[in-house]
Design a protein around this ligand. Structure first.
Ligand code: OAD
Length: 247
């Protein structure tokens, strides 16, 4: 199956990728729904929400500081780097729609990334719109203060919480990428969260679908290739085989 998949990848001109937390576990970031995932802790699941941010910001920030802020110091792994290589070394058009907020695709060198659930670079005041670097949020939390805006509002990280809407421009961009691609990768995502999982159904009928995820997903039966393997091991092997052999 790997050899056929390599040939399909070699033939692809435009590649769209949907990634989730599973692509970053080999960098040391936990996913959400695996047995040791973040959402197994009910108090975490109930605290990282829009409602908790607005009604109990201290509680929200307690978990945000403990669990999410450390992700700004994490390095990409072989899976992120293999995707970046597809464009840098093999000249493919590659566009990545990610549900992750860790910024690891850009850190690995991918040039087109739509961060569906936001990112950890900035935060903003919901009351007046002022934008802050995440370093300012970190500084306030280190000093045991709730990050506050000059206007008096509580600063909110630019991440999409349960109850928030997706950024419309980012969402449209991701949909267009899916429609343009002749090959789609879904990597490290349980594909249980809407609307991100509906992106797959935007794909062209003649495109190939490759799923790389440790556990089965609801789209496995529709896919051309399914690998229940670690992305950080499989993707470098797959992309590495684009070397040689041809012409
Ligand atoms: P999930 O935790 O739901 O799914 C991660 C998937 O990655 C699981 O099915 C694992 O089997 C798989 N996995 C783990 N390690 C892997 C590895 N090394 N290689 C391949 N697969 C691996 O995470 P997401 O699908 O990203 O949203 O969850 C989507 C959204 O749910 C998140 O963005 C987050 C969450 O609620 C918000 O917080 C808004």
């Amino acid at each position: 199956m790997l050899a056929r998949c390599v040939e399909r990848l070699r033939a692809a001109r435009k590649i769209a990728v949907l990634t989730g937390a599973g692509i970053s576990t080999e960098s040391g970031i936990p996913d959400f729904r695996s047995p040791n995932g973040l959402w197994q802790r009910r108090e975490v699941r109930e605290s990282i929400t829009r409602s908790c941010f607005f009604h109990q910001p201290e509680r929200f920030y307690r978990y945000f500081q403990e669990l999410f802020l450390p992700w700004t110091d994490i390095e990409p792994n072989g899976a992120h780097r293999a995707l970046a290589q597809l464009e840098q070394k093999y000249g493919k058009w590659v566009a990545v729609a990610t549900q992750n907020i860790d910024g690891l695709h850009q850190a690995a060198g991918s040039s087109q990334v739509a961060e569906l659930h936001g990112h950890l670079r900035t935060a903003a005041c919901p009351d007046c719109g002022a934008v802050y670097d995440m370093a300012e949020v970190r500084q306030a939390l280190d000093q045991k203060r709730t990050p506050a805006c000059e206007c008096g509002g509580v600063i909110k990280p630019d991440v999409v919480l349960f109850g928030d809407s997706l950024d419309p421009d980012t969402w449209v961009k991701a949909q267009v990428w899916m429609q343009q691609a002749d090959l789609i990768f879904c990597i490290g995502t349980s594909l249980t969260v809407t609307p991100a999982n509906t992106l797959i159904d935007r794909r062209r009928r003649d495109s190939a679908l490759i799923i790389i995820n440790l556990e089965p997903t609801a789209w496995d039966d529709d896919a051309d290739f399914v690998f229940h393997e670690k992305a950080g091991e499989l993707l470098p092997r797959l992309v590495g085989q684009l070397d040689g052999q041809f012409f």
